[in-house]
Design a protein around this ligand. Structure first.
Ligand SMILES: Nc1ncnc2c1ncn2[C@@H]1O[C@H](COP(=O)(O)OP(=O)(O)O)[C@@H](O)[C@H]1O
Ligand SMILES: [Mg+2]
Length: 385
């Protein structure tokens, strides 16, 4: 039995939080500084953290929570910060989020019979029993805001609604301030916003090497292969993609019984890796919606980040013909686009009211999305339904 390559499988998992985050040290220090200063003054701090997929938002937020929790408060108190983390993608209504927050302060309530503001009152009582400052992290908060959340509004106005010095960290891929009302927005001035840049090739290389050092047998990951992985992930600037590639190629190398990762392992991993979240979401789509996405993928292959909706609609017409399905009306097309936006599978932008909308998606490379969709549409099951 040859010695394996993967020594600590769990450190390759996407949810694993490493002891340090290379190339995000400055951002972490900045956030810690902002929150700690307010908390020490007995106040809360509201912060918006934005950045693309895999730019390290969630990891940074959790690292911040960890540091604040371990941090000793002023000399008179030994209690660290209490962190309440909610992923709004999974809990995508105000009610579901508050229920989760209530669990975190040991005040569970039944799902029925209480309004959101009543539940917030209970949360407030729970908070009073927590001796330490509280930090609520709402990850993927755009899902809530697009659904017309009142909760975020109530939380940002914490003091007025009696929530005391509550700190709030909102995480979203893009600026979500336009979704907030003017009063809440005013709490998010420049010093309350932080945009994470995409990772370039060198940071990605360092991240991959650091994770390799944690997870893999020493000597099994060369700098050259780490750089190759970084090169593949660079267009997306996505650390998650880089780490998926690292994991995929390490598994592949181990299955081959090799002692180290080769460029061919990386190519193999590249061909078989794309975010599984998307795959799951695609499972729920009808063939016409898959065709809309296919049309978007094809249109997006031209240079440029956004494409005009009208262009996508034309491509959708051709794709429908190609697959022998009737192309729906303009209204049907519009509805499908809206539904896909709500699913987070594409994004829409309006240049000005009434102007033609533009579309994009940043989940996976357009060429890969195209391949995946073509493969899916060719399956017998999707042609029938
Ligand atoms: N600077 C970094 N150092 C080490 N690992 C990182 C870094 N940034 C991101 N990661 C890892 O990359 C993956 C994606 O990061 P994540 O925080 O989930 O991105 P986002 O929330 O912005 O989509 C996670 O597994 C995370 O641990
Ligand atoms: Mg995240």
């Amino acid at each position: 039995m040859p010695e394996g390559i993967i020594l600590r499988e769990e450190t390759l998992d996407a949810s694993y939080l490493p002891p340090s985050l290379p190339h995000r040290e400055k951002e972490l220090a900045l956030l810690r500084e902002r929150f700690a200063r307010s908390m020490d003054a007995g106040q809360g701090w509201s912060q918006l953290l934005t950045g693309g997929i895999g730019s390290g938002k969630t990891a940074l937020a959790r690292a911040l929570g960890r540091e604040l929790a371990n941090r000793r408060q002023r000399k008179d108190s030994a209690a660290g910060v209490k962190e309440i983390y909610v992923n709004c993608w999974r809990r995508n209504t105000d009610r579901a989020v508050v229920l989760e927050m209530l669990n975190a302060v040991d005040r569970p309530v039944p799902d029925r019979g209480f309004s959101v503001s009543e539940m917030l009152d209970t949360f407030e009582k729970g908070l009073r029993e927590v001796p330490s400052p509280t930090l609520v992290i709402l990850d993927e908060v755009s899902v809530l805001l697009k659904g017309g959340s009142k909760l975020v509004y109530m939380l940002t106005r914490g003091r007025e609604v009696g929530l005391g010095p509550l700190s709030l960290l909102l995480i979203a891929p893009r600026d979500v301030l336009p979704y907030l009302d003017a009063a809440s927005r005013s709490g998010f001035g420049v010093t309350h916003r932080l945009q994470l840049p995409k990772y370039l090739r060198e940071p990605l290389t360092d991240i991959v090497l650091a994770r390799g050092a944690l997870a893999l047998r020493p000597g099994s990951l060369s700098r050259e292969v780490a750089e190759q992985i970084a090169r593949v992930a660079e267009p997306q600037g996505d650390a998650r993609l880089a780490l998926e590639l690292l994991s995929g190629s390490a598994h592949r190398a181990e299955e081959r019984g090799a002692r180290e990762l080769t460029p061919e392992d990386v190519r193999w991993a590249k061909a078989s890796t794309y975010p599984t979240m998307t795959e799951e979401k695609l499972d729920g789509l009808s063939p016409p919606s898959l065709l809309v996405l296919l049309a978007l993928a094809r249109t997006l292959r031209a240079p440029g980040t956004w494409v005009r909706m009208e262009k996508v609609r034309k491509a959708y017409g051709s794709a429908s013909e190609e697959y022998g399905l009737p192309a729906g009306s303009r209204v049907t097309f519009w509805r499908m686009v809206k539904a896909l936006e709500q699913e987070g599978l594409l994004e829409m932008e309006y240049t000005r009211p009434g102007a033609p909308a533009k579309l994009t998606q940043d989940e996976i490379p357009a060429s890969l999305l195209e391949l995946v969709l073509q493969e899916r549409l060719a399956r017998p099951s999707s042609a029938q339904s």
